[in-house]
Design a protein around this ligand. Structure first.
Ligand SMILES: [Zn+2]
Length: 364
């Protein structure tokens, strides 16, 4: 059965990618085109300006819309403006929200999208999924993959280390997600796509191998983290769902968002979820193996690091299995409240508080 897989046609990750944009492989797309930049607010606007300056004189028209949030009303408003005066290309510039907004608007209005991430805080930088806010709750929806992704490493240099740590937390979750996918497949609940599985797995492995190199510098780290997150996004596109990169650990993060006030970044919450999922998956020894990576990456090892109380974390674990109709390790356990308490004591001991969280990356 023929199935179309969408992947970006171009991927540019280098220093000075924006000033050299016209000379890049997407230069010919820009020539004479009407381009709409959908920009995040705050410091992103400086990057948007930089892109405008780089393409002025080549594009026939450059316009900018700023989005403050990812609410459905805002998306509808931007989509209406796009449909009234349809551009040839949309450039999405920002962290998570502006990128998601661009993907949704591009999909709905059938305009190709080029993403310019200003931070790599999650695998949203190149995925067929966007998070939007509906009725004050975040919801994931399917969208078209971007036509290209341009990452200027000079822009990423000014990205707060916390955002990048979160992005890597999101990447580490591929391991527990793939374990859950295998379980779902064995239980006859879902098909397995070996190629997507391989890509998502190799994305994490390539990153972790690099972390062990003594000569690693910040620039290499950013590049490989970005590449690994992009490979994860492509794995999702091949699988036709977020399965390769989202399992029980993501259900815990979704429950923290939905039931406990969404107090931390997606990738930070996912990193906390990974520790619990690994325990359930019988990979306790891996928690110890992962700890040095958490240390190096400045990732949290305790929910209290993210501002959650024990009661909130407990609630999130109770609610996690019902967050999405997705077979995971949770379906193979009868997790009573007592059992959750006992596992929490083991996975999140008091001495795990404030170990590495928010120290930022320590390389170079
Ligand atoms: Zn994620």
């Amino acid at each position: 059965m023929a199935k179309k897989v969408h992947i970006p046609l171009q991927l540019i990750i280098e220093h000075e990618a924006i000033p050299k944009l016209y000379k890049s492989p997407i230069g010919s797309w820009i020539q004479g085109a009407r381009i709409l930049l959908i920009s995040g607010s705050g410091s992103t606007r400086k990057v948007t300006e930089k892109i405008s300056n780089a393409i002025e004189g080549y594009a026939s028209e450059v316009s900018v819309l700023t989005c403050q949030d990812n609410k459905l009303d805002t998306i509808n408003d931007i989509e209406r403006q796009v449909l009234e005066d349809t551009p040839d290309l949309i450039f999405g510039v920002g962290g998570g929200k502006a990128l998601d907004m661009s993907k949704v608007v591009g999909t709905r209005s059938n305009v190709p999208v080029v993403l310019f991430p200003t931070a790599i805080s999650s695998d949203a930088i190149c995925s067929p999924v966007a998070v939007i806010k509906m009725m004050s709750q975040s919801t994931s929806i399917g969208v078209k993959m971007p036509q290209a992704v341009v990452i200027d490493l000079d822009v990423l240099t000014s990205c707060p280390p916390r955002l990048m740590s979160a992005g890597i937390g999101d990447l580490l979750s591929n391991k527990t997600a793939l374990y859950d996918w295998k379980l779902a497949h064995q239980a006859g609940k879902e098909e397995m796509n070996t190629f997507a599985n391989l890509m998502a797995n190799n994305a994490v492995d390539s990153f972790m191998n690099l972390l062990n190199r003594p000569e690693l510098n910040q620039s290499q780290l950013m590049k490989v983290a970005a590449e690994a997150l992009i490979m994860s996004g492509i794995a999702m596109s091949i699988a036709g769902s977020s399965r390769p990169c989202s399992g029980s650990e993501h259900l815990i993060s979704h429950a923290l968002d939905y039931h406990c006030g969404a107090k931390a970044l997606h990738g930070e919450q996912v990193a906390i979820g990974v520790l619990f999922s690994q325990y359930l998956q019988g990979q306790q020894e891996k928690i110890e193996k992962l700890t040095p990576y958490y240390e190096k990456l400045g990732l949290p090892t305790h929910y209290a690091d993210l501002g959650y109380t024990r009661e909130e974390m407990h609630r999130a674990i109770v609610k996690a299995p019902s967050m999405r109709d997705r077979y995971t390790i949770f379906d193979e356990f009868n997790l009573t409240e007592d059992r959750i308490d006992r596992i929490m004591d083991e996975v999140y001991p008091d001495q795990a508080k404030n170990r590495y969280c928010l120290t930022g990356l320590s390389v170079g």
